[in-house]
Write a protein that binds this ligand. Structure first.
Ligand code: ZN
Ligand code: ZN
Length: 245
């Protein structure tokens, strides 16, 4: 499997870094986590006719702003958007006039599937749980090709994020706050908090994304060095980073 970080910023784009979007290519599917404006790069990496499954965590604009870019693509095997229950209507409102192009005008088929917390076998094997964030947000754990991959954006540390990360082969986790800062009830994490989670979860590689847009590259490297002392398998993602799983 191949993981590509198309956008790694939280909140807004800055210094050539786009907002959150992550692509996982598996044998049978292309899996996309969230639809920040990094989604514009999808056609650089999607070259085969495999179905696309887009897992949406929540409706904050930095995670859905890329929906207005989707009409530029032509994906022959179509796309299924999976989102928490209650979001389909709101999503269809935004993917429509006067905000953008309605789904029935796309050059490919797009289905939206709402789900509740639980375990599913379709279209891939996955589990989803509610995270600690100001508005309804789901975290996902996928079991694909004998690997467990968790996607946890946006969230503060909570029981469900711990469960989804537990012994996963790879975790993609948000890190919105600067070192030592807290988001309180909004529910985000800083680098030190996420490093402790990485250690406790006994997961494999732990990639940090949805990064604070104010981070300079130099300070990211400095912080990474510091938190690697807590958990050596933690890595700051960056736009266009490719990882073979
Ligand atoms: Zn966000
Ligand atoms: Zn959010």
């Amino acid at each position: 499997m191949k993981l590509t970080f198309l956008g790694t910023n939280g909140w807004f784009s800055s210094n050539g870094n786009n907002t959150i979007c992550t692509l996982l290519e598996t044998e049978k599917n292309y899996i996309v986590f969230d639809a920040g404006d990094g989604i514009y790069k999808l056609d650089r990496y999607i070259k085969k006719d495999k179905p696309i499954i887009l897992f949406l965590s929540h409706l904050h604009l930095d995670h859905i702003i890329g929906f207005h870019i989707l009409p530029k693509f032509k994906f022959n095997s179509g796309m299924t958007i999976i989102c928490p229950k209650g979001m389909k209507k709101k999503l269809k409102m935004i993917i429509n006039h006067p905000y953008g192009v309605p789904l029935n005008k796309f050059k490919y088929e797009v289905k939206i599937k709402e789900i509740a917390q639980g375990k599913y076998d379709n279209p891939v094997q996955f589990e989803c749980k509610k995270l600690f964030h100001i508005d309804l947000t789901f975290g996902y754990r996928l079991n694909i090709e004998n690997k467990a991959i968790a996607y946890l954006c946006d969230t503060g540390i909570c029981q469900n994020s711990k469960k989804l990360a537990e012994k996963a082969d790879l975790v993609i986790h948000e890190c919105s706050m600067l070192s030592g800062k807290s988001a309180g009830k909004w529910g985000h994490v800083n680098p030190e908090e996420v490093a402790i989670l990485a250690k406790q979860s006994r997961a494999g590689r732990f990639f940090l994304t949805h990064l604070n847009a104010d981070y300079a590259r130099a300070s990211k490297l400095k912080i990474e060095k510091k938190i690697k002392k807590i958990s050596p398998n933690i890595i700051f993602a960056k736009d266009d980073l490719n990882v073979i799983i």
